[in-house]
Design a protein around this ligand. Structure first.
Ligand SMILES: C[S@@+](CC[C@H](N)C(=O)[O-])C[C@H]1O[C@@H](n2cnc3c(N)ncnc32)[C@H](O)[C@@H]1O
Length: 298
């Protein structure tokens, strides 16, 4: 790219180039990359299609396009994405939150509508689920992750979305969690199997953190650990809600039932794939029973 180029010519050139590199939606990506370099949204870009570009602007665009051609995700290049219609800062330290995960937030909100309480978000990454729940339901969320760099980004996202007072962050390993009395534990844990790890798109395999994806040989290790700890983490009748990968729902449902969780249910995403599995802790009713006995005995 050198000489006299208009905005439209650069958008067209970039589209063709990204298409040749195997990028999905090359026109949209071209518009967003050129717009980012010129500090314009898409409408602003359309309005300046005839504008000639300075050499310095072409240099900036070239650098961004080169990154996308190497299949770096658009969201990492732009430095942000949207989840639950809220802005989230993202970088290679965190998984890019997916629209599919919004059904986990929807199910979580249903649980909180029945009765409010504190939520534990395990493997918070960018903080997407924790921030969305706190922002919508005004609940307290304790968010944990094993990655300190992810926690830094999640903290920044909570502050940007004005829920820094409601969401607390701490390092923790999902296989050895502490605490109890949570109304709900939510998690979108790493669940990609070893075999699937080899088949991921370059954007995911080469750029998103392996720690966020790799779920071990069968992809189910995190679910086993969460189900095993559910009773001690949850208040009586509290809920464990998890996101699952394609075709994992029945296996995760079996893990939940074997761990003693009740009322197990599944929820499909908007593409028709079962995406959420939930189960309720039976809990310890001894306090409730003692109070009831006291009332009966006057
Ligand atoms: C699939 S990502 C989910 C991120 C975010 N909750 C979302 O839905 O976009 C899984 C997250 O779990 C974290 N993680 C991986 N292993 C963990 C472990 N043993 N203990 C706690 N967090 C872990 C990763 O760092 C990553 O942030």
């Amino acid at each position: 790219m050198s000489g006299e180029w208009s905005v439209l010519e650069v958008v067209r050139w970039t589209t063709t180039y990204l298409q040749e590199k195997g990028v999905d939606n090359p026109r949209l990506d071209a518009e967003l990359l050129v717009g980012s370099a010129l500090h314009k949204d898409r409408v602003g870009l359309y309005l300046s299609y005839d504008q000639p570009l300075e050499q310095s602007e072409l240099d900036t665009i070239r650098a961004l396009v080169k990154r996308r051609a190497l299949r770096e995700p658009l969201q990492y290049i732009l430095g942000y994405t949207e989840f639950w219609s809220l802005p989230f800062r993202v970088g290679p330290e965190v998984l890019i939150p997916r629209a599919d995960t919004e059904v986990l937030v929807e199910e979580g909100l249903k649980v909180l509508e029945q009765r409010e309480g504190t939520v534990l978000d395990v493997g918070t990454g960018s903080g997407a689920i924790a921030v969305a729940l706190a922002h919508t339901a005004g609940v307290r969320v304790h968010a944990v992750d094993i990655s300190p760099t992810a926690l830094e980004i999640a903290r920044a996202n909570a502050a940007t979305n004005e829920v820094g007072e409601l969401v607390t962050f701490a390092p923790a390993d999902l296989h050895a969690l502490n605490g109890g009395g949570y109304r709900m534990v939510v998690s979108n844990p790493p669940y990609v199997t070893w075999a699937q790890m080899c088949e991921l798109m370059p954007e995911v395999k080469q750029h998103e953190p392996e720690l966020a994806l790799n779920g071990g040989e069968d992809g189910l290790g995190a679910y086993r650990s969460l189900a095993r700890q559910a009773d001690s983490l949850l208040e009586p009748e509290g809920w464990l809600l998890v996101e699952v990968g394609v075709d994992q729902a029945d296996a995760v449902g079996d893990i939940f039932k074997s761990a003693g969780l009740q009322q197990c249910f599944q929820r499909r995403d908007y593409a028709g794939i079962v995406r959420v599995v939930g189960g309720q802790a039976l809990g310890d009713y001894s306090d409730v029973q003692e109070n009831a006995d006291e009332k009966l005995n006057g």
